[in-house]
Design a protein around this ligand. Structure first.
Ligand SMILES: Cc1cc2nc3c(=O)[nH]c(=O)nc-3n(C[C@H](O)[C@H](O)[C@H](O)COP(=O)(O)OP(=O)(O)OC[C@H]3O[C@@H](n4cnc5c(N)ncnc54)[C@H](O)[C@@H]3O)c2cc1C
Length: 258
């Protein structure tokens, strides 16, 4: 076999076209590829739900890679560790109900497990808007992150999905768009309540409780839940993120009878 550079280019284009084209109409779009999103993607895909993740950066994994203050270690509690063990992460029992894991191992295995389960992850793509039809979310509007960063005047394209999950972390970017354009969120004030100061124990619980359908067919997961519902942040404890990802997947799987 002789290597032909043009064939290499053709392979890349053809495969990308195949995969992108088959993702244009899907069951669930997850915005952001942080830990909660990756757990949700894995459970949804395992349950037979067509799931597409759009991640702004080159690497999915969100804030997990850096552990706490860039010490590459994460802490989880009893309830959260199952999600790590299920994807083959080596979890150490530190006593007193605390468990630690290597943040690089955890992030990479969560990504690999989501892809192996059948979720499709498109990196370097940013969701900048949503499609709304008859009072419910009907998809997202995306563009290359590079276009966004360069400030180029390039129109985005649309992807249709039955459900959208906002997994964009503190910024809850998708919910913010809906708040700005429509309002009427399923929150106490009908708006984004905004995140409050650190309180790990309470925040961990509330992240799961606040995993809600915030607008018809728009769900939140991970840190975005507490930002939307006015709950505290929690520091580098990741159990709540993982459990929120599982929770949002369960909600959609149940709704779809899957
Ligand atoms: C400034 C800062 C403060 C933090 N504070 C806390 C804290 O108080 N408590 C805590 O537990 N952890 C904190 N973390 C750590 C960690 O980021 C989070 O806990 C955890 O990673 C949140 O997980 P997540 O699943 O919600 O999503 P994140 O890890 O936040 O990942 C969100 C992902 O979404 C992507 N994204 C965002 N917008 C878009 C878009 N429009 N389109 C496509 N992709 C998008 C981002 O690139 C990112 O990869 C903090 C991190 C930072 C950077």
């Amino acid at each position: 076999m002789t290597l032909d550079e043009v064939e290499v280019t053709r392979m890349i284009l053809n495969r990308f076209y195949r995969e992108f084209s088959s993702s244009l109409e899907t069951d669930v779009v997850i915005v952001g590829g942080g830990p909660s999103a990756l757990v949700a993607a894995r459970h949804l895909a395992k349950g037979g739900i067509r799931t597409v993740v759009f991640e702004r950066k080159l690497s999915p994994g969100g804030g997990m890679w850096g552990g706490g203050m860039n010490f590459p270690v994460i802490v989880v509690q009893e309830e959260g560790r199952e999600e790590l063990i299920e994807v083959g992460v080596d979890v150490s029992d530190e006593g007193g109900g605390y468990y630690t894991a290597d943040s690089v191992e955890a992030a990479s295995k969560l990504i690999a497990a989501a892809v192996s389960a059948g979720a499709r992850i498109f990196n370097a793509m940013t969701v900048e808007d949503v499609v709304i039809r008859e009072g419910r979310i009907d998809g997202v509007v995306i563009n290359w992150s590079a276009v966004d960063v360069a400030g180029l005047h390039v129109d985005p394209v649309m992807v249709r999905s039955k459900y959208v999950i906002d997994g964009t972390g503190h910024d809850c970017e998708v919910v913010r768009v809906v708040e700005r354009k429509v309002g009427n969120l399923n929150t106490p004030s009908g708006k984004v309540e905004g995140e409050s100061s650190m309180w790990s124990e309470l925040a961990e619980k509330l992240t799961v409780e606040n995993t809600i359908e915030v607008y018809p067919h728009l769900y939140v997961t991970g840190m975005a839940c507490n930002a939307v519902m006015g709950a505290p942040r929690m520091g580098p404890i990741f159990g709540g993120m993982l459990l929120s990802g599982r929770r949002v997947a369960e909600m959609i799987l149940e709704r779809e009878g899957a």
